[in-house]
Design a protein around this ligand. Structure first.
Ligand code: ATP
Ligand code: MG
Length: 178
Protein backbone atom coordinates (compact mmCIF):
# COMPACT_ATOMS: atom_id res chain seq x y z
CA UNK A 1 0.00 0.00 0.00
CA UNK A 2 1.23 3.54 -0.69
CA UNK A 3 2.13 5.97 2.09
CA UNK A 4 -0.77 7.23 4.19
CA UNK A 5 -1.88 10.85 4.00
CA UNK A 6 -1.49 11.07 7.75
CA UNK A 7 -0.88 8.75 10.72
CA UNK A 8 -1.16 9.12 14.46
CA UNK A 9 -0.53 6.70 17.31
CA UNK A 10 -2.56 6.59 20.51
CA UNK A 11 -1.95 4.48 23.60
CA UNK A 12 -5.00 2.51 24.75
CA UNK A 13 -4.28 1.41 28.33
CA UNK A 14 -7.29 -0.90 28.65
CA UNK A 15 -10.33 -2.25 26.83
CA UNK A 16 -12.41 0.80 27.79
CA UNK A 17 -9.92 2.99 25.91
CA UNK A 18 -10.32 0.77 22.82
CA UNK A 19 -14.09 1.10 23.09
CA UNK A 20 -13.86 4.87 23.61
CA UNK A 21 -11.84 5.23 20.41
CA UNK A 22 -14.48 3.23 18.54
CA UNK A 23 -17.24 5.40 20.02
CA UNK A 24 -15.46 8.53 18.75
CA UNK A 25 -15.31 7.11 15.24
CA UNK A 26 -18.95 5.99 15.21
CA UNK A 27 -20.60 9.37 14.48
CA UNK A 28 -18.06 10.02 11.71
CA UNK A 29 -18.79 6.78 9.82
CA UNK A 30 -22.51 6.86 10.42
CA UNK A 31 -22.97 10.20 8.69
CA UNK A 32 -23.44 12.68 11.49
CA UNK A 33 -20.61 14.85 10.07
CA UNK A 34 -20.72 14.12 6.34
CA UNK A 35 -21.73 11.31 4.00
CA UNK A 36 -22.24 8.00 5.81
CA UNK A 37 -20.04 5.01 5.04
CA UNK A 38 -16.39 4.20 4.67
CA UNK A 39 -13.83 1.42 4.88
CA UNK A 40 -11.81 0.59 7.97
CA UNK A 41 -9.12 -2.10 8.00
CA UNK A 42 -8.03 -3.55 11.35
CA UNK A 43 -4.63 -5.14 11.68
CA UNK A 44 -2.97 -6.67 14.70
CA UNK A 45 -2.02 -10.02 16.23
CA UNK A 46 -4.58 -12.48 17.59
CA UNK A 47 -6.33 -10.90 20.55
CA UNK A 48 -5.08 -7.38 19.77
CA UNK A 49 -8.61 -5.99 19.98
CA UNK A 50 -9.92 -5.82 16.41
CA UNK A 51 -13.26 -7.42 17.27
CA UNK A 52 -13.54 -5.52 20.56
CA UNK A 53 -13.07 -2.27 18.64
CA UNK A 54 -15.56 -3.23 15.92
CA UNK A 55 -18.18 -4.38 18.41
CA UNK A 56 -18.02 -1.07 20.26
CA UNK A 57 -18.25 0.85 16.99
CA UNK A 58 -21.27 -1.14 15.78
CA UNK A 59 -22.94 -0.78 19.16
CA UNK A 60 -22.37 3.00 19.12
CA UNK A 61 -23.85 3.15 15.61
CA UNK A 62 -27.11 1.77 16.99
CA UNK A 63 -26.81 -1.97 16.38
CA UNK A 64 -28.75 -3.76 19.08
CA UNK A 65 -28.67 -7.47 19.83
CA UNK A 66 -25.80 -9.90 19.58
CA UNK A 67 -22.72 -8.84 17.62
CA UNK A 68 -20.90 -12.03 16.66
CA UNK A 69 -17.29 -12.24 15.58
CA UNK A 70 -17.25 -13.23 11.89
CA UNK A 71 -14.22 -15.53 12.42
CA UNK A 72 -16.10 -18.54 11.02
CA UNK A 73 -18.69 -16.98 8.74
CA UNK A 74 -16.23 -14.49 7.16
CA UNK A 75 -18.98 -11.87 7.19
CA UNK A 76 -21.63 -10.54 9.55
CA UNK A 77 -23.88 -7.80 8.22
CA UNK A 78 -26.21 -5.30 9.84
CA UNK A 79 -28.50 -2.49 8.83
CA UNK A 80 -29.50 0.61 10.79
CA UNK A 81 -32.03 2.86 9.08
CA UNK A 82 -30.70 2.87 5.51
CA UNK A 83 -27.06 2.29 6.38
CA UNK A 84 -25.43 -1.11 5.81
CA UNK A 85 -22.56 -2.39 7.96
CA UNK A 86 -20.34 -5.26 6.79
CA UNK A 87 -17.93 -6.80 9.29
CA UNK A 88 -15.42 -9.16 7.64
CA UNK A 89 -12.76 -11.36 9.21
CA UNK A 90 -10.32 -12.81 6.68
CA UNK A 91 -8.25 -14.83 9.15
CA UNK A 92 -9.39 -18.09 7.58
CA UNK A 93 -9.55 -16.75 4.08
CA UNK A 94 -7.38 -18.74 1.70
CA UNK A 95 -8.92 -18.90 -1.74
CA UNK A 96 -9.69 -15.74 -3.67
CA UNK A 97 -12.22 -17.71 -5.74
CA UNK A 98 -14.27 -18.04 -2.59
CA UNK A 99 -14.37 -14.25 -2.36
CA UNK A 100 -15.21 -13.69 -6.01
CA UNK A 101 -17.80 -16.51 -6.13
CA UNK A 102 -19.57 -15.24 -3.05
CA UNK A 103 -19.90 -11.81 -4.61
CA UNK A 104 -18.41 -10.13 -1.55
CA UNK A 105 -16.75 -7.49 -3.70
CA UNK A 106 -20.18 -6.02 -4.47
CA UNK A 107 -20.49 -5.18 -0.79
CA UNK A 108 -17.45 -2.90 -0.77
CA UNK A 109 -19.54 0.16 -1.51
CA UNK A 110 -18.53 3.62 -0.40
CA UNK A 111 -21.95 4.25 1.12
CA UNK A 112 -21.68 1.22 3.43
CA UNK A 113 -19.59 0.94 6.58
CA UNK A 114 -17.07 -1.83 5.86
CA UNK A 115 -14.90 -3.13 8.70
CA UNK A 116 -12.26 -5.73 7.84
CA UNK A 117 -10.18 -7.78 10.28
CA UNK A 118 -7.06 -9.46 8.82
CA UNK A 119 -7.24 -7.49 5.52
CA UNK A 120 -3.68 -8.63 4.71
CA UNK A 121 -5.05 -12.14 4.05
CA UNK A 122 -7.03 -10.74 1.10
CA UNK A 123 -4.27 -8.44 -0.12
CA UNK A 124 -4.78 -7.42 -3.73
CA UNK A 125 -8.54 -8.03 -3.62
CA UNK A 126 -9.38 -4.99 -1.51
CA UNK A 127 -9.27 -1.30 -2.34
CA UNK A 128 -7.19 0.83 0.07
CA UNK A 129 -9.16 1.65 3.21
CA UNK A 130 -10.17 5.13 4.27
CA UNK A 131 -8.57 4.34 7.62
CA UNK A 132 -6.21 1.57 8.71
CA UNK A 133 -6.11 0.84 12.43
CA UNK A 134 -3.10 -1.19 13.52
CA UNK A 135 -3.29 -2.49 17.06
CA UNK A 136 -0.08 -3.60 18.79
CA UNK A 137 0.48 -5.05 22.24
CA UNK A 138 2.08 -2.43 24.51
CA UNK A 139 2.58 -3.58 28.09
CA UNK A 140 -0.83 -4.32 29.59
CA UNK A 141 -2.54 -2.20 26.91
CA UNK A 142 -2.33 -1.56 23.18
CA UNK A 143 -0.93 1.06 20.84
CA UNK A 144 -3.29 2.01 18.02
CA UNK A 145 -1.79 3.56 14.90
CA UNK A 146 -4.43 5.24 12.77
CA UNK A 147 -3.42 5.80 9.13
CA UNK A 148 -5.60 7.71 6.69
CA UNK A 149 -5.38 6.70 3.02
CA UNK A 150 -8.17 8.87 1.59
CA UNK A 151 -9.45 12.41 2.21
CA UNK A 152 -12.44 10.88 3.99
CA UNK A 153 -10.15 8.93 6.32
CA UNK A 154 -8.08 12.04 6.89
CA UNK A 155 -11.20 13.99 7.89
CA UNK A 156 -12.01 11.28 10.44
CA UNK A 157 -8.45 11.16 11.75
CA UNK A 158 -8.26 14.94 12.07
CA UNK A 159 -11.51 14.90 14.06
CA UNK A 160 -10.14 12.25 16.43
CA UNK A 161 -6.54 13.48 16.68
CA UNK A 162 -6.31 17.13 15.61
CA UNK A 163 -3.21 17.74 13.49
CA UNK A 164 -0.42 19.62 15.31
CA UNK A 165 -0.80 22.81 13.23
CA UNK A 166 -4.49 23.06 14.00
CA UNK A 167 -3.95 22.54 17.71
CA UNK A 168 -4.24 25.72 19.79
CA UNK A 169 -0.85 26.99 20.82
CA UNK A 170 -0.32 27.10 24.57
CA UNK A 171 -0.77 30.56 26.01
CA UNK A 172 2.43 31.82 27.51
CA UNK A 173 2.42 34.51 30.10
CA UNK A 174 4.54 37.44 28.93
CA UNK A 175 7.83 37.74 30.79
CA UNK A 176 7.41 39.60 34.02
CA UNK A 177 3.65 38.93 34.22
CA UNK A 178 2.36 37.87 37.61
N1 ATP B 1 -6.52 -1.42 24.98
C1 ATP B 1 -6.60 -2.66 25.50
N2 ATP B 1 -5.79 -3.02 26.53
C2 ATP B 1 -5.84 -4.27 27.04
N3 ATP B 1 -6.71 -5.23 26.62
C3 ATP B 1 -7.52 -4.93 25.61
C4 ATP B 1 -7.52 -3.63 25.02
N4 ATP B 1 -8.45 -3.62 24.03
C5 ATP B 1 -9.01 -4.85 24.01
N5 ATP B 1 -8.47 -5.63 24.97
C6 ATP B 1 -8.74 -7.05 25.25
O1 ATP B 1 -8.07 -7.80 24.28
C7 ATP B 1 -8.91 -8.83 23.79
C8 ATP B 1 -9.20 -8.56 22.34
O2 ATP B 1 -9.89 -9.63 21.78
P1 ATP B 1 -10.49 -9.51 20.32
O3 ATP B 1 -11.29 -10.71 20.08
O4 ATP B 1 -11.10 -8.18 20.14
O5 ATP B 1 -9.13 -9.58 19.45
P2 ATP B 1 -8.97 -9.68 17.88
O6 ATP B 1 -7.90 -8.71 17.50
O7 ATP B 1 -10.28 -9.52 17.20
O8 ATP B 1 -8.42 -11.14 17.69
P3 ATP B 1 -8.56 -12.14 16.44
O9 ATP B 1 -7.37 -11.90 15.55
O10 ATP B 1 -8.52 -13.49 17.08
O11 ATP B 1 -9.85 -11.86 15.73
C9 ATP B 1 -10.15 -8.84 24.65
O12 ATP B 1 -9.97 -9.76 25.68
C10 ATP B 1 -10.20 -7.41 25.18
O13 ATP B 1 -10.77 -7.35 26.47
MG1 MG C 1 -11.37 -10.74 15.91
Amino acid sequence: MSAPLRSATLHLPDETATEDLARRLAPLVSGQHGPAGGHIHLRGDLGAGKTAFTRALLRACGIAGRIKSPSYALLESYKVSNLYFYHFDFYRFSDSREWLDAGFRDLLRDDAVVLIEWPERAEGLLPPPDLLISLAYAGQGRDATLSAYTPRGQTWLNAIVPPPLAAPSPRKAPPGAA
